[in-house]
Unconditional design. Structure first.
Length: 151
């Protein structure tokens, strides 16, 4: 398994997807089980002085994508990852920094993922994302991502 530098990974995403830098998206922690990311209110503010819903949806989507992409690259895999579908819900307005936790709906066996990709099989992974502080959840997202096998 490779050891990717998280800072270099995030910097590459900022270069490849400039919106992430404009939104001040950062990854605070990542491993094979979860990703924790954040983005400040100010560049993502709406006319009501709260976090723009579209911005939070975009940030959760990119965080889920990054969780999968990072874990694939840790294993030397360069497969494409795309969002297939998502469902978002907002419990209340977000009035400060958006703190996101991304986890898989079911445990991911990354070695099994690698084996299936080696057989040119596509894979779907369902991720759960929530933002807020501890028990105070402001936003939830359930999303299915596809890992596209190399042909």
């Amino acid at each position: 398994m490779l050891t990717l530098c998280l800072d270099a990974f995030v910097e590459r995403i900022h270069q490849d997807i400039p919106l992430t830098e404009a939104m001040a998206w950062q990854v605070d922690e990542i491993n094979s089980d979860h990703l924790i990311a954040s983005a400040p209110l100010q560049p993502n503010i709406n006319d009501k002085g709260t976090f723009f819903g579209g911005a939070s949806a975009a940030l959760m989507t990119i965080s889920g994508w990054a969780f999968i992409k990072f874990n694939l690259e840790q294993r030397g895999l360069q497969h494409d990852v795309v969002i297939h579908k998502s469902q978002n819900g907002w419990n209340r307005p977000q009035t400060d920094t958006l703190h996101m936790v991304i986890e898989s709906a079911e445990p991911i066996d990354w070695s099994q993922v690698s084996e299936k990709l080696a057989q040119n099989k596509n894979i779907r992974i369902r991720l759960l994302c929530q933002s807020g502080h501890g028990e105070d959840v402001t936003t939830r997202m359930k999303a299915d991502y596809a890992i596209i096998g190399k042909r």
